[in-house]
Ligand binder design. Structure first.
Ligand code: PEP
Ligand code: MN
Length: 337
């Protein structure tokens, strides 16, 4: 439920409502617009005497929020959230590109990639140090050694860095080295991990689960936000369907749907969505046109010898070409890049 106050409601009227709600043991979330204040109510509302609220001074109306996610809900927070990641902001007027290898393989590979993607226009370096591989016999990642290279790449280039975390131990280590934590598709409903990531206060990139509905996904984001961490960026990375021509099916409609239902920024990952290098560029353009706040694109100095996801990784010249082609699309959408 949200309580919409009348335009320019008095401070005392707002305080009165907040106290009434708190006396009933419920939490509040205040969204302060230019003229209108919206008070969101979180918790079991069965005990709340809504009639007292309806007649209170400066209350315009009470609107029920039927969705189970509240803090991630646009109704609670009409203004778009802008998440600061190092020197970059996601969700504002910048179009943000994160790029880098699927897995950090060596210091040289990561540094070479960092300089190349920066030159092309990316502002965030991605790279996996803990790889949730389908097979236990595939390369599992360099773990802390890889995170050290990430930090070095960040210092050398000024890029911000994001790394996936797959356990509490990984979170505890990663917070020392990265600007943003990534929760992968396979862990989207690992609620314990979501809460622990939320507690760090670091921005969290939350990928959509392989078979998650948008409702599941927003509820997952609610786990992070309800730990007091509003810095969540969603990432559409394709979902499982009957189609086999691509690794997953990119749900491009998720972008406008999320924009309508939530205030959180959303980026698109066409690399994992398709698994095919040649489809990355056209779907990147679709993502910009659909209103995404950014992209995540896998790149590698030599995809033919990549330890993971080589077939979907772009070479540096391909990535640079793509960034050049994306600029007019971003401009058309009113985004700087
Ligand atoms: C990744 O970004 O490296 C990754 C494993 O992606 P996803 O969780 O979307 O499969
Ligand atoms: Mn990958």
């Amino acid at each position: 439920m949200i309580i919409v106050m009348k335009p320019h409601a008095k401070r005392e009227s707002i305080e009165h409502i907040l106290n009434l709600i708190k006396e009933n043991g419920l939490d509040t979330h205040v969204s302060q617009g230019k003229e209108v204040t919206i008070i969101g109510v979180v918790g079991d509302k069965s005990k709340l005497m809504t009639q007292n609220l309806e007649i209170a001074e400066d209350v315009d109306k009470i609107v029920p929020v039927t969705e189970s996610y509240k803090l991630a809900n646009r109704k609670f927070h009409p203004e778009p959230t802008v998440v600061k990641v190092g020197n970059t902001s996601i969700g504002g007027d910048e179009f943000v590109i994160m790029s880098g290898p699927c897995a950090i393989e060596s210091r040289e590979q990561l540094l070479e990639t960092a300089f190349a993607i920066k030159k092309a226009g990316a502002t965030i370096l991605r790279g996996g140090a803990y790889k949730p591989r389908t097979s236990p016999y595939s390369f599992q990642g360099l773990e802390e050694e890889g995170l050290k290279y990430m930090k070095e790449a960040r210092e050398a280039t000024g890029l911000s860095v994001v790394c996936e975390v797959t356990s509490l131990a990984a979170i505890e280590t990663a917070v020392k080295y990265v600007d943003m934590l990534q929760i992968g598709a396979r862990n989207m409903q690992n609620f314990y991990l979501l809460k622990e990531a939320g507690k760090t206060g670091l921005p969290v990139l939350l990928k959509r689960g392989l078979a998650a509905t948008i409702d599941d996904w927003l509820n997952a984001s609610e786990y992070i936000i309800s730990e007091g961490n509003p810095n969540v960026v969603l990432c559409e990375r394709g979902i499982r369907t009957f189609e086999t021509a691509t690794r997953n099916t990119l749900d491009i409609s998720a972008v406008p749907v999320i924009k309508e239902k939530s205030h959180l920024p959303i980026i698109v990952d066409p690399s994992h969505a398709t698994g095919v290098r040649s489809y990355v560029a056209p779907l990147s353009k679709c993502a910009v046109a659909a209103g995404a706040d950014g992209l995540m694109i896998e790149t590698h100095p030599n995809p033919a010898i990549a330890l993971s996801d080589g077939p979907q990784s772009l070479t540096f010249p391909q990535f640079e070409q793509l960034c050049t082609e994306l600029r007019p699309f971003a401009e058309l959408m009113g985004k700087k890049f």
